[in-house]
Design a protein around this ligand. Structure first.
Ligand SMILES: [Zn+2]
Length: 260
């Protein structure tokens, strides 16, 4: 009898631990915004998180702007180093600061779509999701003449509906390389720490995610200065995200020609 009780307790304990592990896994996975179909979408090039190349090329990407205080400082840093980056802007903030968007375009940066108001896409209908995206595309077109082909959904949200929408709009979902998410947006993280995280994990073909539109944006701008200086010393070149994607496509075409 005692033996059975002990067994039962153990079984209950086991299930409890198992349940907790599953919960932890679910929470972790959802915060990484992974989707069960992610690998297929990556293969189909609907979602891009890095490219395959042996050349020392990477893309710097900046989210959540434009910010009237931090984005101009960051643009000065990029101009100083003659580096082009990709900005995933919010439509609402772009309307408030059109001059910053115009400057981005004039200085050769790529502008991507990061939704109009950065809502939690899990909590809005697909119709509102589409409206968030198309409104922002129209604002970017109107202000800069660029037709944004890259979409970075807020929080990295992914769903079958969003992918269908993206295909219809002829856009690519612009993810980032997992190892290059330095969480620079966290308040109190200093520039050297952000820069160190990026530099130590660098590999050819990566897409680096940073945030010019968050309250820690000044540290991000300073970190970008350090990142570019160091990586250029190591022989790295910086491209916009679309240029990086095109590089992979042209690599494939070249190797196909050689094989023939
Ligand atoms: Zn964002």
């Amino acid at each position: 009898m005692i033996f059975i009780l002990v067994m039962r307790k153990r079984t209950a304990g086991f299930y409890l631990i198992f349940f907790m592990l599953v919960m932890v896994l679910l929470i972790t996975t959802s915060s990484l915004a992974l989707h069960p179909n992610m690998d297929n979408w990556k293969q189909e090039k609907i979602v891009v998180d890095k490219i395959k190349t042996d050349k020392k090329v990477v893309a710097l990407t900046f989210d959540d702007g434009p910010d009237p205080q931090f984005t101009p400082v960051l643009l000065d840093v990029l101009e100083k180093h003659k580096v082009q980056a990709t900005f995933f802007v919010m439509g609402q903030r772009s309307e408030s600061h059109p001059e910053i968007l115009k400057r981005m375009a004039a200085e050769g940066h790529e502008i991507g779509n990061h939704s109009y108001s950065h809502p939690d896409f899990n909590k809005i209908s697909k119709e509102i999701q589409l409206d968030e995206i198309t409104r922002t595309t129209n604002i970017i077109k109107r202000l800069t003449g660029q037709n944004p082909v890259l979409l970075r959904p807020p929080g990295g949200y992914l769903s079958y509906d969003l992918v269908a929408m993206t295909k219809k709009e002829k856009m690519t979902i612009a993810y980032w390389t997992y190892q290059q998410d330095s969480k620079d947006w966290r308040n109190g993280v200093k520039a050297p720490t952000i820069a160190k995280n990026v530099i130590k994990n660098i590999q050819p073909g990566q897409i680096i995610i940073l945030h010019d539109g968050c309250p820690n944006g000044m540290q991000t701008a300073k970190a970008t200065d350090m990142i570019i200086s160091r990586l250029q010393e190591e022989g790295y070149r910086f491209m916009t995200m679309s240029e990086l994607i095109k590089l992979e496509t042209s690599n494939k075409e070249t190797s196909a020609t050689i094989k023939m």
